[in-house]
Design a protein around this ligand. Structure first.
Ligand code: NAD
Ligand code: MG
Length: 393
């Protein structure tokens, strides 16, 4: 029996994780559930899964949950704040941690899971984008296991030889082909992009996801963050990774080998597949996912990404190539810009503009410590906010 903490259990990944766990109660036991403010859903999940700990980062929400649980499930301990999150992953009874908080807020608890030597199921790509080398070193130094949950990285992991840590050319890998759906605006006339609304940006053609990652998919910053994520996970550089637009989202990514073989992982677009893979690895378990019907799909398309339409893709590559805290700066500026867009304070096309401005103005540093990373994250957020205020004026 493996004990599991689900960080961000009320989100899209969190809910899918609990769905897979519910199918295998003989193998997995939920030890802790965490959320930010959604009291009603966390309460429902607590009653169903009876964890030992429930964390609400928001203090007021934590008090509300505590009041409810006192009557309905008094044995569950309620914690709050970032310390609560960290606490929820550190217990010796926790074997696996699903890192599914969205954005930089997930960094500290995800790092804590790595430091405690857990199996880290990484959905929270922003944590790795921000802290790259530091995160990978923490995993290695503490004998933690890192299983990518992002569907593309999970696919790449499945297509890689087991000893890829030796370096990709050493194991005969020539290229990583990272697939992207192209999001909801793949064919929208360029002159109409500025007027696209948050609801239009969040209407993803193939995946149902949280609002932040949905906007990232519309700008393709999501794919930019994923290029950076892949560089760290698979010990390689950005120019080793080719982004391929594949609108059906059936091939989740591919690995090209020096003998001409190209291995791909296919499946219906359902996050329960990579979640189940991460939970059960190296075994396989039922994920509740509908089987892939190739006759139904009939054909698969592939297109080169258009950088004029998707400037965020270029910005992410440039940040990765620059190195140091550049990726953390890019991520912070993006989080602020997306939030401003979701609140209708800037236009869709302003998102890339804000990020580019911040990357030009904030001096990056060597990412030698968490303090340096968090400091540059803070500076980038301040400048991004100021840039969006100027734009709105
Ligand atoms: P979501 O918005 O649906 O859920 C986010 C979760 O994080 C919620 O449980 C929320 O309570 C929690 N949270 C939000 N702010 C917080 C804070 N400040 N402190 C603590 N907890 C906080 O997001 P999602 O779509 O589930 O995505 C989660 C992560 O997984 C993201 O990093 C995303 O990029 C990644 N991911 C998601 C998908 C997907 O299909 N949804 C696919 C690949 C990767
Ligand atoms: Mg992905």
């Amino acid at each position: 029996m493996k004990g599991i903490t689900v960080l961000g259990s009320t989100g899209s990944i969190g809910v899918n994780t609990l769905d897979v766990i519910s199918r295998h109660l003989d193998k997995y036991k939920v030890k802790a559930l965490t959320a930010n403010t959604n009291v009603a859903l966390l309460l429902e999940q607590c009653i169903k899964h009876a964890p030992e700990i429930a964390v609400m980062v928001n203090e007021e929400s934590a008090s509300k949950l505590e009041k409810e649980l006192k009557i309905k499930a008094p044995d569950i301990k309620v914690l709050s704040g970032v310390e609560g999150l960290i606490n929820s992953v550190e217990s010796t009874e926790v074997d696996y941690v699903m890192a599914a908080i969205v954005g930089a807020a997930g960094l500290l608890p995800t790092l804590a899971a790595a430091r405690s030597g857990k199996r880290v199921l990484l959905a929270n790509k922003e944590a790795l984008v921000m802290s790259g080398k530091l995160f990978m070193d923490t995993i290695r130094d503490n004998n933690a296991e890192l299983l990518p949950i992002d569907s593309e990285h999970n696919a790449i992991f499945q297509c890689m030889p087991t000893d890829f840590n030796r370096g990709l050319s050493g194991v005969g890998v020539r290229k990583i082909l990272l697939t992207a759906s192209g999001g909801p605006f793949r064919t929208t006339p360029l002159e109409q992009l500025a007027a696209m609304t948050p609801d239009q940006a969040c209407a993803h053609p193939n995946w149902v996801m949280g609002r932040k990652i949905s906007v990232d998919s519309a700008t393709m910053m999501n794919k930019g963050l994923e290029v950076i994520e892949a560089c760290w996970l698979f010990h390689t550089q950005a120019d080793f990774i080719q982004v391929v637009i594949h609108p059906q989202s059936v091939i989740h990514s591919l690995v090209e080998y020096s003998d001409g073989s190209v291995l791909a992982q296919l499946g219906n677009p359902d996050m329960r597949t990579p979640i189940a893979y991460g939970l059960a690895w190296p075994e396989r378990i039922d994920a509740g996912v509908e089987r892939l019907d190739l006759f139904d799909i009939a054909h698969l398309d592939f297109v080169k990404p258009d950088e004029q339409r998707f400037p965020c893709l270029r910005l992410a590559r440039e940040a990765m190539q620059q190195g140091g805290t550049s990726s953390a700066i890019l991520n912070a500026a993006n989080e602020v810009a997306v939030n401003e867009f979701l609140h209708k304070r800037i236009r869709f096309t302003d998102i890339a503009h804000v990020i580019e401005t911040v990357l030009e103005k904030v001096m990056y540093n060597d990412a030698t410590s968490l303090e340096v990373i968090l400091n540059d994250d803070k500076l980038a957020r301040e400048l991004a906010k100021a840039t969006t205020v100027d734009l709105a004026a």
